[in-house]
Design a protein around this ligand. Structure first.
Ligand code: ZN
Length: 547
């Protein structure tokens, strides 16, 4: 009982970030997109998206039927589509609905009714935003392959799926399943998420590919690839002995290269299975699709653009390792980001930090714990401590520091080290995944889960690492006299409740001390010559001061 009251208190004091504190300013447009309001209180159950793509005109047209259940009573309903895209009609059945557009939001004159199942169809067309630097800024990529044939993709994480199709564009919304029909010029293949149901001629000059996603999917994961693709498959057994189909779609002239290079994928998926359980989207299968941009975690249709190289375009992994970073990282997102999703862009560290930690777990699975830690140590210098990991809420925040990757992973590593119990750490890691798979998780969900599972209050630990830029610093002083040693120690940090145990080594002997915000002292009736804290595997600064 005391525990539950305590946890309510934790929730109240954790993470009240003010927008101004980060020096950002946001507009009404950002709030329309990033915040929830009554007009968005409906739960999408299904999207039925039809899109025809004209590569020469860089033009798309189609319609989306949105099925939903009302969660309130409200006279208007909001969906989202970028203002440069034209709306041809919005209908409920055969009735044309009135609507008004404010920036990228559409307010439809159609009531939401509590618990009522309903659907609307939005017909749209236009020239969607073309990405200047995909996948870092959202938009379409209309490129040509080396034979001069069209090669098209779209990546919209951050910017939002409503840049090309109308939907309820908020991270807290995922339909239960989805159908995607993509029409492309004859001779081209159109690939999307999930499973290919069929392909049919559409008029004289086009082919329509119907894809079905049988799991919840977040909007930015919905994607399309058009090109002269070839397809090969492999079957693997999961660790629980289920069949998992691996699909590879590559440009026809890269088939031989891909067959060799993609062999590494199975071990990556096996390692994830080991730490988090069966591949989440097993009924849809796993797919890697060659894309005209570096990569993106599109659910069950991962974008691959690393040119069949090791690391990240040949770099950014330790010299002695040879895996393809893009396959590893983007596949890790199938668990963290796609299966477990955050509900607001301010908490993207859950997607990126956990996925970056999955990279190190793959290395650990393949080469042992020491190599896994070395991999994280290789990434540690990339940490900048230039912004809190938690961004401002309700504004579709798109200015996250790269710290959400490396610092995020190191927070998990520091948690593991401080628990000093790998069995417990992995129980927490997998247990948290299992609790939230095919759904949503917030930072508070994780803090609560760690606190309950460990029996230790980590709230201040997470506040320090997630809300503040600087790292906690361990300060200590060593005193020596004949037959006497003393250690004075404390944390220098911004959270007064911050604490976790740190090991000290005294002439080879290890002891665990728990520094706090104020100085603590421990004395020994012996003169230890070498006294130092063991800080490997921890994300902290250390300073020894003169006694
Ligand atoms: Zn990522």
């Amino acid at each position: 009982m005391i525990r539950s009251i305590l946890y309510i208190a934790f929730i109240a004091i954790l993470f009240p970030l003010s927008i101004r504190s980060q020096g950002n300013s946001f507009t009404y447009k950002d709030s329309l997109r990033g915040a929830m309001r009554k007009e968005r209180e409906f739960d999408v159950t299904h999207y039925d998206l039809h899109v025809k793509i004209n590569p020469d005109k860089k033009f798309i047209e189609g319609y989306n039927t949105i099925s939903y259940v009302g969660k309130t009573d409200c006279n208007e309903l909001q969906v989202d589509l970028f203002e440069n895209m034209k709306i041809l009609s919005i209908k409920a059945g055969s009735t044309n609905l009135k609507y008004r557009r404010i920036f990228d939001a559409i307010f439809i004159d159609y009531p939401i009714r509590l618990d009522k199942k309903d659907k609307i169809t939005i017909e749209f067309e236009g020239n969607p935003i073309v990405a200047k630097n995909a996948p870092w800024d959202g938009g379409f990529v209309f490129s040509k392959d080396q034979n001069g044939d069209h090669w098209i993709g779209v990546a919209c994480e951050g910017t939002g799926a409503s840049l090309w199709w109308p939907n309820k564009d908020h991270l807290s919304e995922e339909p239960q399943n989805m159908d995607i029909y993509v029409t492309a010029p004859k001779g081209y293949m159109a690939i999307s998420n999930g499973k290919l149901i069929d392909e049919q001629k559409s008029g004289k000059n086009n082919t329509t590919y119907h894809w079905h996603v049988s799991y919840p999917i977040n909007n930015y994961n919905v994607t399309v690839y058009i090109g002269k693709y070839t397809h090969f498959t492999e079957e693997m057994k999961t660790l629980s002995n289920e069949k998992l189909m691996l699909n590879y779609y590559v440009l026809q002239y890269n088939l031989d290269k891909a067959k060799t290079h993609f062999e590494q994928t199975k071990k990556m998926l096996e390692s994830f299975d080991n730490y988090c359980g069966t591949y989440p989207f097993i009924n849809d299968g796993y797919s890697l699709v060659e894309a005209p941009y570096l990569g993106m975690e599109h659910q069950s249709a991962i974008a691959y653009g690393n040119e069949f190289l090791r690391g990240y375009k040949g770099e950014r992994i330790p010299d002695h390792l040879h895996f393809d970073f893009i396959i590893l990282h983007e596949s890790g997102h199938e668990y963290w980001g796609n299966s477990v999703s955050c509900t607001d862009h301010s908490e993207m560290w859950i997607h990126e930090g956990f996925t970056t930690y999955m990279e190190s777990l793959y290395v650990e699975y393949m080469y042992g714990k020491e190599e896994g830690l070395k991999y994280l140590e290789y990434q540690k210098p990339f940490i900048k401590n230039n912004a809190p990991l938690l961004g401002p809420k309700d504004v579709n925040f798109d200015g996250n520091s790269s710290d959400i990757y490396y610092k995020g992973a190191w927070i998990l590593q520091t948690l593991r080290k401080s628990l000093s119990n790998d069995t417990l750490f992995f129980k927490i890691f997998k247990g948290f995944y299992d609790k939230h798979k095919y759904g949503f998780a917030t930072t508070m969900d994780f803090v609560d889960y760690v606190n309950l599972s460990s029996g230790f209050d980590y709230s201040a630990f997470f506040r320090q690492y997630l809300k503040h830029k600087p790292l906690p610093k361990l300060i200590y002083k060593i005193g020596h006299r004949d037959n006497y040693t003393s250690i004075l120690y404390k944390w220098d940090c911004l959270e007064s409740q911050f604490t976790f145990p740190v090991e000290f080594e005294l002439d080879g002997k290890k002891i665990r001390l728990e520094p706090g915000f104020d100085w603590k002292n421990i004395e020994f009736n012996r003169n230890f010559k070498n006294v130092k804290p063991i800080t490997r595997g921890l994300l902290i600064n250390v300073e020894e001061q003169k006694m």
